[in-house]
Design a binder for this molecule. Structure first.
Ligand code: NAP
Length: 262
């Protein structure tokens, strides 16, 4: 099926690794133009240079910390000028904080809430004037199943994820009259830089595949494994696609069945 993304321009934050990189790769393969950012531009440029792309697909990269509103404004303005507009936004940049309630400092609480909320608000505020002009405007917020199913080991991240899911619902209803759809993908455990870093610091004698299979069993993931970034990218593209034109304010779990809620 043609997703209708060819020739459209999509902004992806945190595109140098993991889910963001897989999303950029999938968009380029579909013939979309990609404006990508991360804080480390050298790593971003190397990652994107290696991606195969459809003939006319263009790439713009920028060093941008999504917590810095001025830098985000500049990134969005440059991307829109270079690509001739913006049709989609994937708010993906971020990380999680592995800490239980008793171990989490006030400073860490503030940092988690700031990251989850402002990483999305800054980009959406800057992009909305451009998205309004698109005939198929779509925003996808990369969130986590933790938003509805908190994990004691990720106390602040779970609460901040819930706040973002709540904000996504408000954004969807506020922006619907302007023809801008807003949806979320809620991730379970996905094999990306985050988990590779945790494996490396764990000092485990197991190979990553064995370590991650144990992790999947420990977390009770019915499909018995971590997901891949490509599996998330497919879900993101399906929500970005103009074929999803009647879907807004929704969230799609990509978690191998780990969610226990109905
Ligand atoms: N992997 C999972 O199991 C999982 C589960 C639930 C939710 N998530 C969420 O999914 C998203 C992607 O995660 P991932 O696993 O793909 O992570 P990743 O491989 O660590 O990639 C994170 C990306 O975000 C960028 N980034 C981080 N902070 C940024 C900032 N302040 N401004 C701009 N860019 C920033 C990083 O580049 P720089 O460091 O150069 O900025 C990198 O490109 C995150 O929001 C994460 O919390 C992941």
């Amino acid at each position: 099926m043609d997703l209708g993304l060819s020739g459209r321009s999509v902004l992806v934050t945190g595109a140098s690794s993991g889910v963001g990189l897989a999303t950029a790769a999938a968009l380029l393969a579909e013939g979309a133009n990609v404006a990508a950012c991360a804080r480390d531009k050298a790593r971003l440029d190397v990652a994107l240079a290696e991606l195969p792309r459809a003939e006319k697909a263009r790439v713009v990269t920028a060093a941008c910390d999504v917590l810095d509103a001025e830098s985000v404004d500049q990134f969005v303005a440059d991307a829109a000028a270079e690509l001739g507009g913006i049709d989609g936004v994937v708010n993906n940049a971020g990380r999680s904080l592995l800490a239980r309630l008793a171990e989490t400092t006030d400073e860490q609480w503030r940092a988690e809430l700031e990251l989850k909320i402002f990483s999305v608000l800054h980009v959406v505020r800057a992009a909305v004037p451009r998205l309004r002009r698109s005939p198929a405007a779509s925003v996808v917020n990369v969130n986590a199943i933790l938003a509805r199913q908190p994990e004691p080991k990720l106390a602040a991240t779970s609460a901040a994820r819930a706040a973002l899911l709540n904000l996504s619902t408000t954004l969807a209803s506020e922006l619907a009259p302007e023809g801008i759809r807003v949806n979320s993908v809620c991730l379970g455990l996905i094999d990306t830089g985050q988990w590779r870093r945790r494996y490396e610091t764990s000092g485990s004698p197991l190979r990553f595949e064995e370590w991650s299979a144990e992790l999947a069993a420990d977390r009770g993931i019915p499909l018995g494994r971590l997901g891949t970034a490509d599996e998330v990218a497919y879900a993101v593209l399906s929500l970005l696609s103009p074929r999803a034109s009647y879907i807004t304010g929704s969230s799609l779990d990509v978690g191998g069945g780990v969610a226990r809620y109905v």
